[in-house]
Design a protein around this ligand. Structure first.
Ligand SMILES: *[C@@H]1O[C@H](CO)[C@@H](O)[C@H](O)[C@H]1NC(C)=O
Ligand SMILES: *[C@@H]1O[C@H](CO)[C@@H](O)[C@H](O)[C@H]1NC(C)=O
Ligand SMILES: *[C@@H]1O[C@H](CO)[C@@H](O)[C@H](O)[C@H]1NC(C)=O
Ligand SMILES: *[C@@H]1O[C@H](CO)[C@@H](O)[C@H](O)[C@H]1NC(C)=O
Ligand SMILES: *[C@@H]1O[C@H](CO)[C@@H](O)[C@H](O)[C@H]1NC(C)=O
Ligand SMILES: *[C@@H]1O[C@H](CO)[C@@H](O)[C@H](O)[C@H]1NC(C)=O
Ligand SMILES: *[C@@H]1O[C@H](CO)[C@@H](O)[C@H](O)[C@H]1NC(C)=O
Ligand SMILES: *[C@@H]1O[C@H](CO)[C@@H](O)[C@H](O)[C@H]1NC(C)=O
Length: 511
C-alpha cells in the first residue's frame, strides 16, 4: 500500500470513529435521553456501548443490581452514570510493553489527556469491590496490573512528578501542557513522558495504595516479582527519605533540596516560595515534606499531615507484599520501620491545640510551631483519614478535628443553599466540592448526616447527572469540570459501601 493511501485510510478511519463517538468533553455538557423520572430530570450520560473505552460484565451486573436497590430515580440515575465513568471514558489505551507480556493501562483523568498517579490509583479503587484474581486481559484485575506496571515505569523514570504522558507503545501523541512550558524543575524531566512535575507525597502513596488493593484482593505475589515493581518501591522509599531533609544543616548552612520548582504564573498556589524551595522546614520532626497538595496547589508548610498519614498507612500495608517475597527482607523492614516512625512523628508534631475544639490534627506544620488549620476536599484530606485507613472514625482526636473542619472554623468549609461542603483554594472560596460530601458519607455512621449529604449531592448536578469538581454553594448552574472521572467513581464506590453498610438509606426518596 502506498504511504499516501495509508494516510488516506487512516484519516477516513479516524473520521469514522469521530463521527460515531462524540467527544465526551462536549457530550457531558449536554442533556441526553432517557431522562430520569425524578424531580431533577437527570440526563443519561453513558456513551453508547460501542464508544465505551472498556467494558466489564462485573460492573454492568453491579449497576443493574444496585439500581434495583435504590428507590429514588434521580439517585439511581446518578449512580448509573457515574460508577462506570472511568471504564466508559478514561481507559485511553490498554496494551503491552514493547516485546513483553507486561500489561500497561493508560488512564486519563477525564478532561485532561494525561495520567495522574493519584487519580488513576483512585479511579481503579472504585472497582475494588469487584476485583477478583484473573489472568484474563479483559478483567478488572488486568486493568489494575496495567496501572501498577505503568505507574512503576513512571516512578522509575521521574519519581518527583505527578502526571504523565501516554506510553510510547500506545502510539498516542504527548499532550501539550502550556502551563508547564516555562517551569523550572530540579531534577529535570522529559516532557515526552511527563505532563507535569509537581512533587506530591500522596502521588507516591497512591502507587502503594493501588498495589496494596490489588494484592489484598488477589494475593497475586507472583505478579509483583515479575517486572520492576520492587525497584519502583525502592525508588519511592528513596524519594521519601530524601525529602526528610530539613532546610538547614546543623552548622546553619542551607541544605541542597533534592527538589525545587518554580512556574511563571499569576496564581500564588502554582509556584513555590524561596526560589522554588518552599517555606523552611525544621530539623528533627521525622515527617516527610510535600511541595504540593493533592489539589496540585503548593503547600504553605511542607509537613503536610494527610499525605504523611496516607503514606504511612500504605507503606505499612505494602511492606507485607515485599515481605511475602521472601528475598526482600531489608526493604520490607525499611518500609515498616518508616511507616511506624511516621505515625509517631504525626502524633508528636501533627496534633495541636485548637482552643475551642481541643486537640486536633493540623493540615500542615513546619516544625517551628507554625500550623495551618484547615482542610481541602481532595484526598488525602484530614476528613478522609478513616477512609484511607489511617485511623478509626471514632478516634477522639479525629472526632475533634472533624467537628472543627465541618464548621466555619475551617477557612475552606463552604456553606450555602445549594450544597455545603469542604472546598479548597484550587477553585477558591465559594465553591464546595461534592468529593468532600462523598467522603463525609464514607466516614460517617450517622444516618441523618448521610441522608442530608446524599440529598445535597443528588440535587446539585445541574440536571447533568454527573459529579462535578466543585459547585458554587449559591448557584447550582455555576460549577467546574463536567468530566472528572475520579469523583464519579468515588460516588459509585460510596453507594456500593452504603448498599453494604446501610441498605435502608438507599430505600429513601429524595424528591
Ligand atoms: C427534562 O430535561 C430535558 C432537557 O433539558 C427537557 O427537554 C425536558 O422537557 C425535561 N423534562 C421534564 C419533565 O422537565
Ligand atoms: C487480549 O489477549 C488476546 C489474546 O489472548 C489478544 O487477541 C487481545 O488483543 C488482547 N487484548 C488486549 C486489549 O490487549
Ligand atoms: C519496539 O521494539 C522494536 C524492536 O526492538 C523497535 O524497533 C520499536 O521501535 C520499539 N517500539 C517502541 C514503541 O518502543
Ligand atoms: C516539550 O518541550 C519542547 C521544548 O520546550 C516543546 O517544543 C514541546 O512542544 C513540548 N512538548 C510537549 C508535549 O509539551
Ligand atoms: C484487605 O481486605 C479485607 C477484606 O476485604 C479488609 O477487611 C482488609 O482491611 C484489607 N486490608 C488492607 C490492608 O487493605
Ligand atoms: C536541630 O538543629 C539544632 C541546631 O543545629 C540542634 O541544636 C538540634 O539538636 C537539632 N534537633 C534535632 C531533633 O535534630
Ligand atoms: C555544614 O554542614 C554541611 C552538612 O553536614 C556540610 O555539607 C558543609 O560542608 C558544612 N559547612 C561548613 C562551612 O562547615
Ligand atoms: C449562575 O451561574 C450561571 C453560570 O455561570 C450564570 O450564567 C448565572 O448568571 C448565575 N446566576 C446568578 C444569579 O448569579
Amino acid at each position: 500500500m502506498s504511504p499516501l493511501l495509508q494516510l488516506l485510510l487512516l484519516a477516513m478511519s479516524l473520521r469514522a470513529v469521530n463521527g460515531q463517538c462524540p467527544d465526551y468533553l462536549q457530550y457531558s455538557t449536554g442533556h441526553h435521553e432517557p431522562f430520569s423520572s425524578g424531580k431533577y430530570n437527570l440526563s443519561y450520560q453513558r456513551p453508547s456501548p460501542g464508544c465505551r473505552t472498556f467494558t466489564s460484565q462485573g460492573v454492568e451486573d453491579a449497576i443493574v443490581r444496585v439500581k434495583a436497590d435504590i428507590t429514588d430515580p434521580d439517585l439511581a440515575r446518578l449512580f448509573e452514570n457515574s460508577y462506570p465513568n472511568t471504564l466508559d471514558t478514561a481507559i485511553k489505551w490498554k496494551g503491552y510493553a514493547n516485546g513483553s507480556d507486561e500489561e500497561l493501562t493508560f488512564v486519563i483523568t477525564g478532561d485532561i489527556n494525561a495520567m495522574w498517579l493519584r487519580d488513576s490509583a483512585n479511579q481503579m479503587q472504585s472497582y475494588l469491590p469487584l476485583l477478583t484474581a484473573s489472568s484474563s486481559n479483559d478483567s478488572i484485575a488486568s486493568l489494575y496490573r496495567g496501572v501498577i506496571n505503568l505507574q512503576g515505569r513512571y516512578i522509575l523514570t521521574s519519581p518527583f512528578c505527578n502526571s504523565f504522558q501516554p506510553p510510547v507503545e500506545s502510539g498516542l501523541q504527548p499532550a501539550p501542557n502550556p502551563s508547564a512550558s516555562e517551569d523550572k524543575v530540579r531534577p529535570p524531566y522529559n516532557n515526552q513522558s511527563v505532563f507535569e512535575c509537581k512533587y506530591e507525597l500522596d502521588s507516591l502513596a497512591a502507587f502503594l495504595e493501588v498495589s496494596t488493593n490489588y494484592y489484598n484482593a488477589t494475593q497475586d505475589t507472583a505478579f509483583f516479582r515479575k517486572y520492576s515493581w520492587v525497584d519502583a518501591v525502592s525508588a519511592v522509599v528513596d524519594v521519601a527519605e530524601s525529602m526528610m531533609t530539613p532546610t538547614y544543616a546543623a552548622n546553619g548552612s542551607v541544605n541542597v533540596s533534592p527538589y525545587s520548582f518554580t512556574r511563571l504564573t499569576d496564581r500564588a498556589s502554582e509556584t513555590l516560595e524561596n526560589n522554588g524551595l518552599g517555606n523552611p522546614v525544621q530539623n528533627g520532626t521525622g515527617l516527610i515534606r510535600s511541595a504540593f497538595r493533592p489539589s496540585d496547589d503548593a503547600t504553605i508548610f511542607q509537613l503536610f499531615i494527610p499525605a504523611n498519614m496516607m503514606f504511612s498507612r500504605y507503606l505499612d500495608s505494602a511492606s507485607n507484599i515485599v515481605a511475602a517475597m521472601g528475598d526482600q527482607r531489608d526493604l520490607a523492614r525499611r518500609m515498616s520501620e518508616l511507616a511506624a516512625s511516621l505515625r509517631s512523628a504525626i502524633s508528636t508534631f501533627g496534633i495541636v491545640d485548637s482552643g475551642d475544639f481541643g486537640q486536633v490534627y493540623a493540615y500542615e506544620v513546619d516544625g517551628y510551631g507554625s500550623r495551618n488549620i484547615m482542610d481541602d476536599a481532595n484526598i488525602p484530606s484530614l476528613l478522609a483519614a478513616p477512609f484511607y485507613g489511617y485511623l478509626d472514625m471514632n478516634d477522639p482526636i479525629y472526632r475533634n478535628t472533624r467537628t472543627l473542619l465541618l464548621s466555619y472554623k475551617n477557612p475552606y468549609y463552604m456553606r450555602g443553599p445549594v450544597i455545603s461542603a469542604v472546598g479548597g483554594p484550587h477553585d477558591g472560596p465559594g465553591y464546595a466540592w461534592p468529593m468532600a460530601a462523598i467522603v463525609r458519607i464514607l466516614t460517617s455512621d450517622d444516618d441523618v448526616e448521610i441522608t442530608e449529604q446524599l440529598k445535597e449531592i443528588v440535587s446539585s448536578t445541574d440536571g447533568l447527572g454527573l459529579i462535578h469538581e466543585s459547585i458554587n454553594a449559591f448557584n447550582v448552574s455555576d460549577w467546574t469540570r463536567q468530566w472528572f472521572s475520579w469523583a464519579n467513581g468515588l460516588f459509585g464506590q460510596m453507594i456500593l459501601d452504603l448498599e453494604d453498610r446501610k441498605p435502608y438509606i438507599l430505600k429513601q426518596s429524595f424528591q
